[in-house]
Ligand binder design. Structure first.
Ligand SMILES: Cc1cc2nc3c(=O)[nH]c(=O)nc-3n(C[C@H](O)[C@H](O)[C@H](O)COP(=O)(O)O)c2cc1C
Length: 383
């Protein structure tokens, strides 16, 4: 797939930021890019990577190196995947389908968000290996109904996000008008009209092809529209969710079951004892609890308690060297959020494919420079 013309100058993932900022209305850009409160955890994620150094080894014959990695019974072509991101289809036309298609072609995992605006059945049709991330209420009947729907869609890997007992405090995006549902008004209209490429390329195109986007995947049925004058704000009743619910779901769910948003070794021990297949070490890209520890800093002590689980990691990865550092510190696999969101907004499937290719090349180059032929040799390249 050729690189989209508007992404010809994108030579690394961070090149996407400025282009996405120019393309998107301010409310949508702020919703995607910011963290909670003072952005300390979001920025801390980056600093944590910058504080780690690598020690190359030389003359190792790395001509036959590979960046393939096994995860939960499958071999992927790269050790990274696409993290779940809600409302992606407000950023880019059919973004969730484009993640799914690009991930399938590249043979990497894609976790679709429970807050996606495209029905899970359609995404699973585009990529039968798609994983599903659920936000669940503390109500077993509703968890059962949602997980039955996921299973019916043919999805086998279920991720429950557990770091949102209450919503993150993202006042910046709220101030700019992004909430569920968005309330139409003059401010939002001006914001949209002043970004005509997004207005025509994403929003009007979506309206014409499938109508007003809805929250599609919170339960067994379609939810509220994303833009509405009168739909009530969705109530969060997740604060009662607990480990007993996870045990109950473990007994009920026949596929792989993971949780996302773990930052403590104690919780890791409990997750292993609960029989989970894996967990995501993540501070949600800094979008939930501001000043939550950068996920990379928590990673080694969590990896030490993993038992039979797979350790997945996200929050802050932008470079091949970041991927390598997280693997060296104990992650089995890593996921990336915002850069893929921006790539889908700017270049649809080809944009996501370009971002995957850039990061793959960086990982492939980095392991050669470190004198490694396999990813499991990375552990002793930390300085
Ligand atoms: C716009 C946006 C929406 C997100 N929506 C979800 C979501 O629905 N569920 C979830 O578990 N995480 C969600 N996340 C968090 C990502 O899955 C991931 O943890 C985070 O983006 C990783 O950090 P990074 O963006 O620095 O790579 C979202 C992130 C962004 C940027």
């Amino acid at each position: 797939m050729s690189v989209p013309s508007n992404m010809q100058k994108v030579k690394c993932l961070e090149d996407l930021d400025a282009l996405a900022k120019a393309y998107l209305p301010g409310s949508i850009w702020e919703f995607g890019s910011t963290g909670a409160e003072n952005n300390l955890s979001r920025e801390g994620n980056r600093r944590a990577f910058d504080d780690i150094w690598l020690q190359p080894r030389i003359l190792k014959d790395v001509s036959k190196r590979s960046i393939k990695q096994d995860l939960l019974g499958k071999t992927y072509d790269a050790p990274f995947g696409i993290a779940p991101m809600g409302a992606s289809a407000m950023f880019g036309f059919e973004a969730d389908l484009n993640y799914a298609r690009a991930a399938k072609v590249a043979n990497i995992p894609f976790v679709m968000s429970g807050s996606a605006l495209i029905p899970m059945e359609q995404v699973a049709e585009a990529n039968s290996d798609v994983w599903f991330q659920a936000y669940v209420d503390a109500d077993r009947d509703s968890i059962a109904a949602l997980s039955d729907r996921v299973w019916q869609a043919g999805i086998k890997n279920l991720v429950i996000t557990v770091d949102v007992p209450v919503p993150g405090n993202r006042k910046v995006s709220l101030r700019k008008g992004f909430e569920y549902p968005m309330r139409p008004g003059l401010g939002i209209a001006i914001d949209a009209l002043s970004h005509p490429r997004w207005l025509f390329g994403t929003f009007l195109r979506t309206l014409l092809s499938s109508g007003l986007p809805h929250i599609e995947n919170y339960g067994p049925e379609r939810g509220i529209p994303i833009i509405s004058m009168k739909a009530p704000e969705r109530k969060h009743i997740r604060d009662g969710l607990n480990w007993e619910d996870m045990k109950w779901l473990r007994d009920r769910w026949q596929g792989k079951l993971l949780i996302k948003g773990v930052l403590s070794p104690e919780d890791t021990k409990t997750a292993a004892a609960t029989g989970l297949d894996g967990l995501f070490v993540s501070n949600h890209g800094g979008r939930m609890l501001d000043t939550a520890v950068p996920a990379l800093k928590a990673l080694p002590e969590i990896a030490a308690e993993k038992g039979a689980m797979s350790i997945l990691f996200d929050s802050g990865i932008r470079r091949g060297t970041d991927v390598v550092k997280a693997l060296a510190l104990g992650a089995d696999f890593v996921f990336i959020g915002r850069p893929f969101l921006y790539a889908a907004a700017l270049g649809e499937q080809a944009g996501v494919a370009h971002a995957i290719e850039l990061l793959s090349q960086e990982v492939y180059r980095t392991i050669a420079q470190l004198g490694c032929t396999e990813l499991d040799e990375l552990g002793d390249r930390l300085y």
